[in-house]
Design a protein around this ligand. Structure first.
Ligand code: BGC
Length: 666
């Protein structure tokens, strides 16, 4: 390593363990280079430290992480990371404080738009690729928030009380898979885990380092350190941001023998190793700002999910008259530059055209009529009536409905998973007068669509698409792009049906009583009806699955292969999912669990063979009795599906491990 710990005084070392300000590391009196940390994950969010009053810097507003996850495409996740990294290089950020891999335990969580999925395998695989993309350009990441930070209610003080098996099977695996990408840093969370602050959780850090092989630096979330010396002792290497008492606290602890120099050095070594990594020659910008925007649009088109498309209402056809309902030409750019609020909000320099200007330009063969704004004011109410007349006469009506950065944001949970009443009203009134109503849904998390879903013909989930909304949505509506995203989280029928029900938090107590039953594990095990299942997404093409073959390649290894045929006349992409179901077990197991997936591009009429591999962990549960991953002998069903509720092919395998690896009840 270039930076020698021996050249630092004890005071410099202790000072190095806390930030110099909000974003930068200490330099040990100029002995070390300046290192800058900056937020993500939906693009770069950066402030000028010397001018904190200035608005944040402009950067590429990428499709938000919840949307990226709907692509189920690790190559796109890599591209997303690499694109953001170019913004980092351009602005001098060394480490991007992203991605967040927390599991979507409840759709109420205000930060779900920053997180990948309700499923740990999907979240982990997407995060790993995103990290590889960022770090390929010599910029570091911070995988956050470690761990069990699954809602925003009382976020600085909430407890996360979670049993060991649930922790291992649901909340840790995304960090474990992400660790395979060798992230430079991990960020600890604010909450406690079973009564101990995440920043002081030596046991969890031991798992992270010794079992998951993480060898980078742990940074605290901003203000997550309560006792400086306890955090250092446990292995939180860097406390952020600057804290006036931090040095004194460590010094007092050292003087009184609570903290040893060896413990301080362990953290200092890891901070120095990070600084060392930031001094590399890979930081070369390879895209222009325009190319970064194009990357964002390319990604967004593969992330949007066609939830419903009755009678082929989409794509729009030539010669139609189409009413565009909702939105306002004056605010539409902001409306489209959608992202959740808080540290993940990206200010874009890219000024999107509104749908009402853009669509007629790229589709001159369709007549678009704009029905205008929908607001609460009386004037708007009166206007609305004439607008609705326009919608009545059209062949189809597209309603743009949205939440926004005030509804979905850091620091607070969502008040409801329904759209605002006036948005629902706008959809229902339009659907009343136009039988071909399509909703474009812009939100950062699952929405309760039940008040209006049966009244409309089509729904396109466009998510929080950053600066790409107009282009990506328009191309999909017009059929210039074939939708291929699939849901990375279930859309429940209502809040009450979700794993944590309508529970919103109680003082700072957060008990994970639903255990393993999170997301589709909950709905599928309990056989609950849902609005749209995990993994669901339609295409303008149609796909058939056939010829499942499962080949045993090792004691607990299998190659699962099958054909997918595009039986339509348009090219498309299909995301197929492989779930494993344990038929008999000594312990409780969820109905099925995702263990593999593939996205396949298929030309019209084309067939391709898809291969997904399964390994020991695909069949294992965490045994709290044996303190290890355990696979039990017996039958497992391998389910190949177009969603968790649309299983197309299935076959059983029988695992027969030697007796000494089994525990059998008699
Ligand atoms: C957030 C982190 C973020 C940090 C710095 C915290 O409040 O929880 O995700 O990286 O602030 O902005």
């Amino acid at each position: 390593m270039k930076y020698d710990i021996k050249k630092l005084t004890l005071e410099e070392k202790m000072k190095l363990l806390t930030g110099k300000d909000n974003w930068q590391l200490e330099t040990a009196n100029g002995k070390l280079p300046q290192v800058f940390l900056s937020d993500g994950p939906n693009g770069l969010r950066m402030h000028d430290v010397t001018k904190p009053d200035l608005p944040q810097k402009k950067a590429t507003a990428m499709p938000n992480i919840h949307l990226l996850a709907n692509s189920w495409d690790t190559e796109l996740a890599y591209l997303d990371g690499a694109t953001i990294a170019d913004d980092c290089i351009e602005n001098g950020a060394d480490v991007l404080l992203a991605p967040g891999v927390n599991i979507k335990r409840t759709p109420l969580c205000g930060r779900n738009f920053e997180y990948f999925s309700e499923d740990p395998y999907l979240a982990g695989m997407m995060a790993k690729a995103y990290i590889e993309g960022v770090q390929s350009k010599g910029i570091g990441v911070s995988v956050k928030h470690f761990c069990c930070n699954n809602r925003e209610y009382d976020r600085f003080y909430q407890t996360s009380e979670v049993d060991e098996r649930t922790l291992r099977e649901i909340y840790l695996p995304a960090f474990e898979i992400a660790a395979q990408a060798k992230p430079w840093t991990v960020m600890c969370s604010y909450n406690t885990v079973n009564g101990v602050w995440a920043s002081e959780h030596a046991k969890n850090y031991k798992i992270l380092r010794e079992e998951f092989g993480f060898d980078g630096m742990v940074v605290s979330d901003w203000g997550a350190v309560h006792s400086g010396w306890r955090a250092v002792k446990a292995g939180t290497d860097l406390r952020m941001p600057y804290h006036a008492n931090a040095y004194e606290e460590l010094k007092t602890a050292y003087d009184s023998g609570l903290l040893t120099e060896a413990e301080i050095d362990t953290c200092v070594d890891r901070v120095l190793a990070l600084i060392d990594k930031t001094q590399n020659d890979k930081k070369i910008i390879t895209t222009t700002k325009e190319q970064r925007h194009e990357n964002a649009v390319k990604i967004a088109k593969e992330c949007m999910v066609l939830l419903k498309n009755e009678d082929g209402v989409l794509p729009l056809k030539k010669g139609m008259t189409v009413a565009l309902v909702g939105g306002d030409p004056h605010t539409i750019s902001e409306f489209n530059a959608m992202g959740g609020g808080g540290s993940a909000f990206v200010e874009t320099a890219f000024c999107q055209e509104c749908f009402f200007e853009y669509l007629p330009k790229i589709a001159p063969d369709i007549r678009f009529v704009h029905t205008g704004t929908f607001t609460h004011t009386l004037w708007a109410q009166m206007e609305k009536m004439s607008h609705l007349r326009l919608a009545r006469g059209a062949d189809a009506a597209i309603v743009f409905a949205a939440t926004g950065k005030l509804d979905e944001r850091e620091g607070a949970d969502r008040v409801s998973i329904r759209l605002a009443i006036e948005q629902e009203d706008m959809i229902l009134r339009t659907a009343e007068i136009n039988p071909n109503t399509v909703v474009v849904l812009m939100a950062g998390s699952a929405i309760d669509v039940s008040p209006w879903i049966d009244k409309v013909k089509g729904v396109l989930f466009a998510g929080f698409a950053g600066e790409t909304g107009t282009e990506a949505v328009s191309d999909i509506l017009l059929g210039n792009a074939n939708p291929c995203g699939k849901l990375s989280e279930t859309f429940p029928l209502c809040l009450e049906d979700t794993p944590t029900g309508a529970y919103r938090g109680d003082a700072n107590i957060n008990r994970y009583t639903e255990g393993l039953l999170v997301g589709y594990r909950h709905y599928d095990t309990k056989n609950l009806a849902v609005a749209f299942p995990f993994g669901h997404g339609l295409s303008y093409a149609k796909f058939e699955y056939s010829n499942l073959k499962i080949e045993k390649t090792g004691e607990t290894d299998y190659a699962v292969s099958y054909d997918i045929t595009n039986v339509s006349s348009v090219d498309g992409k299909e995301i197929s999912q492989v779930y494993v179901r344990d038929i008999f077990s000594n312990v409780f197991r969820p109905d099925k669990e995702l263990k593999g997936f593939a996205k396949t591009a298929l030309k019209a009429g084309e067939t391709k063979r898809v291969c997904v591999t399964l390994h020991k962990r695909s069949f294992a549960f965490w045994s709290t009795a044996l303190d290890k991953w355990q696979v039990e002998n017996g039958e497992f069903e391998i389910l190949v599906g177009a969603s968790s509720r649309d299983i197309r092919l299935q076959e059983s395998v029988f695992i027969t491990l030697p007796d000494n690896e089994q525990y059998t009840l008699s």
